[in-house]
Design a protein. Structure first.
Length: 366
C-alpha cells in the first residue's frame, strides 16, 4: 500500500510530495522547502515513517530546499540530478536510476528544458509521476534562465512524460492557482502550450514571448540549492526552542509534556484558558496558573509578561492549542501548549490545587 501526502508552501507555491510504503514505513520526500522543515519532520514523525531520501526535481530558483536540514533531523540521503551542478548530495541520479522505499520505487527520467538538470520521478506502476517544473497543470516551467531550452522541454515532455499511460496522474512542483494534479491524457489534449497538434516550433515561439518577471528569490535560492540547502551559518535557522524540550506537531503547534512543564514550572507562565467553573472544578488547576478564558484572551493578552515563556493549558489540549495561535498573533514568541491538558496532567500524577480524587477524573488515554 502506498501512503501519499501532498504538502504546500504558500510563499513559493511549492508542492512537496511525501510517499511511503505503508508496510515498512520507508519514505521519500520530493522537493521539500527550507521554511517547512518543522512541518514535514513533524508529519514524518507522527506517521511513524523512516525517511530514506530527500529528492529534488531540479535546482529551484523560487525557494531553498530543506534537503540538508532533513538530513540533519532524520538521517535521510539527499538525491539530485547528476547534471544539476549541486555539491553535497549523497546520490547523483541519472536516467533509469531507481529509488526504492520498501516495496515501492520511483524511476528517474531526465526531462531538461526548465533547467539542464531537471528530473521526473515515475512511480513503479506508472500511476503517478512527479514532473517538477517541466510540465505544469495546463502549462510548463519557464525556459529563460538556468540553461533553459524550450526545444529540449518540448522533447522531454513528449518523449518522457506523454509516453506514460493516459491515466497516469501528474504532480507538478508548483501551481499558482491552487491546482494540484492533472493527467497525461488531459495535458495531451488541453495543454495550451504543447497539447493537441502543437509542434515544437509552436511551443518555442510561445515560450520565447512569455515576458515573465525575474524570480524574486533567485539570487538567494540558486546558490543555496547548489549546496543542497545547507545553511550559510552552522546555526540551524529552524532550530527548536531552547527554553524547554518541546515537540512540534503537524498541526503547527509547539507542545510540552507534563513532565517538561513541571520541570520548568518556576520559569514559565502557566496560562489556563478554561472557564472559571472548570478552573475550580474536579480537575483542579496547576499551582501558579493564571486564569484567562480563551474567549477573553485576545483582549487580555497584555496581562502576560513578554519576557517569560507561556505554557497554555485547558482540559484536553485543544482550546489551549488555539490559545498559542492567539498569543503568536499578539507578538508572543516563546509559547507552548500542554499536550493532553489537565486530563493528562492528572493521569500522570502531577500535583494540582483544588480538584477531586483521581478516580472521579475522566481517564486520559495516551
Amino acid at each position: 500500500m502506498l501512503l501519499f501526502r501532498q504538502l504546500f508552501d504558500p510563499k513559493s507555491s511549492t508542492y512537496t510530495n511525501l510517499l511511503a510504503n505503508r508496510s515498512s514505513g520507508e519514505a521519500v520526500v520530493i522537493d521539500p522547502v527550507f521554511e517547512q522543515v518543522r512541518r514535514d519532520a513533524a508529519l514524518i514523525g507522527e506517521l511513524g515513517l523512516e525517511l530514506l531520501y530527500s529528492l529534488e526535481t531540479h535546482i529551484h530558483a523560487d525557494h531553498v530546499t530543506s534537503g540538508s536540514l532533513l538530513k540533519q533531523r532524520t538521517g535521510c540521503r539527499i538525491a539530485v540530478s547528476a547534471d544539476s551542478g549541486a555539491a553535497g548530495a549523497d546520490c547523483y541520479l541519472v536516467p533509469d536510476d531507481v529509488i526504492t522505499f520498501g516495496r515501492r520505487s520511483l524511476a528517474v527520467r531526465k526531462t531538461p528544458g526548465h533547467t539542464s538538470g531537471c528530473l521526473t520521478y515515475v512511480l513503479d506502476d506508472r500511476s503517478m509521476a512527479f514532473t517538477g517544473d517541466c510540465l505544469l497543470v495546463r502549462g510548463s516551467g519557464r525556459t529563460d534562465f538556468q540553461e533553459g531550452d524550450p526545444a529540449a522541454m518540448y522533447r522531454s515532455i513528449h518523449q518522457q512524460i506523454f509516453t506514460l499511460p493516459e491515466d497516469c496522474l501528474l504532480y507538478p512542483a508548483h501551481d499558482y492557482r491552487g491546482l494540484t494534479v492533472t493527467s497525461v491524457g488531459e495535458e495531451r489534449r488541453f495543454n495550451p502550450r504543447l497539447g493537441g497538434e502543437a509542434a515544437e516550433t509552436d511551443f518555442t515561439g510561445y515560450m520565447k514571448n512569455l515576458r515573465l518577471a525575474h524570480p524574486k528569490q533567485i539570487d538567494v535560492a540558486v546558490p543555496a540549492n547548489l549546496q543542497c540547502g545547507r545553511p550559510a551559518s552552522e546555526v540551524d535557522a529552524t532550530a527548536d526552542p531552547q527554553w524547554a524540550a518541546l515537540h512540534y506537531s503537524f498541526a503547527g503547534v509547539w507542545e510540552i509534556d507534563p513532565h517538561g512543564l513541571e520541570e520548568h514550572q518556576r520559569t514559565v507562565q502557566i496560562l489556563d484558558v478554561r472557564e472559571p467553573a472548570e478552573f475550580s472544578g474536579p480537575l483542579g488547576h496547576i499551582r501558579g496558573a493564571v486564569l484567562i478564558p480563551l474567549g477573553a484572551l485576545a483582549e487580555r493578552a497584555g496581562e502576560l509578561a513578554r519576557d517569560r515563556p507561556v505554557v497554555a493549558v485547558c482540559r484536553a489540549g485543544s482550546r489551549s492549542a488555539q490559545a498559542t495561535v492567539i498569543l503568536r498573533e499578539q507578538g508572543f514568541t516563546e509559547i507552548a501548549n500542554l499536550a493532553g491538558g489537565m486530563l493528562r496532567w492528572r493521569a500522570e500524577g502531577h500535583p494540582v490545587e483544588g480538584g477531586g480524587a483521581l478516580e472521579h477524573v475522566a481517564e486520559y488515554s495516551i
